[in-house]
Design a protein around this ligand. Structure first.
Ligand SMILES: [Fe+2]
Length: 140
C-alpha cells in the first residue's frame, strides 16, 4: 500500500501541474518503498536525490507559471517552496553524514507537507486563475 494515495481531490485542473504533482507523489512513494523494503544506503540516497531534483524542477515550473500569470501572492508561495527544499536538503545532508536515518516520521512529514501544500497553497493560485479565466490550453 503506497504511503500517499493520489486522488482527484488533489487535482487543480491545470494538467501540467497535476502531472508534476502526481510524479512527486510517486517519488515519495518510491522512497517510502525503499525504506520499507530495507534497500541499501546507495539506493536510498539515489531515491532521495531523485525526489530533490524533481521537486526543484517542479517548483521552478510552477513559479514560472505564477510569474507568467501575475499571481499576487507569488513571493509567499515561493518562500513556502524554498523552506521545503531547505528542510529536505538538511535531511539529505544529515543522512549523507550518517546523522539520521530515513524514518516513518520523515516520510510522514514529506507526505503531509506535499498534501497540504497542494490542497491549500496550490489551490489558491488555481482558484485565482480560474476566476480570471486563465486556465486553458496555455497552462496545460
Ligand atoms: Fe506550490
Amino acid at each position: 500500500m503506497p504511503l500517499f494515495t493520489w486522488s482527484s481531490t488533489y487535482e487543480l485542473g491545470i494538467p501540467a501541474m497535476d502531472r508534476q504533482h502526481l510524479t512527486l507523489v510517486e517519488a515519495i512513494n518510491e522512497l517510502h518503498e525503499a525504506m520499507l523494503t530495507g534497500q541499501d544506503r546507495e539506493v536510498v540516497q539515489r531515491t532521495i536525490h531523485k525526489l530533490i531534483s524533481y521537486t526543484k524542477i517542479h517548483f521552478e515550473s510552477e513559479e514560472q507559471l505564477l510569474t507568467a500569470k501575475g499571481f499576487p501572492a507569488y513571493t509567499e508561495h515561493r518562500m513556502e517552496h524554498h523552506a521545503f527544499v531547505k528542510r529536505v536538503l538538511d535531511f539529505h545532508n544529515q543522512f549523507m553524514d550518517g546523522r539520521v536515518v530515513l524514518s516513518a516520521e520523515i516520510m510522514q512529514f514529506l507526505k503531509d507537507w506535499l498534501a497540504s501544500h497542494i490542497l491549500v497553497e496550490d489551490r489558491r493560485y488555481a482558484v485565482w486563475m480560474k476566476e480570471r479565466g486563465m486556465i486553458g490550453t496555455q497552462t496545460g
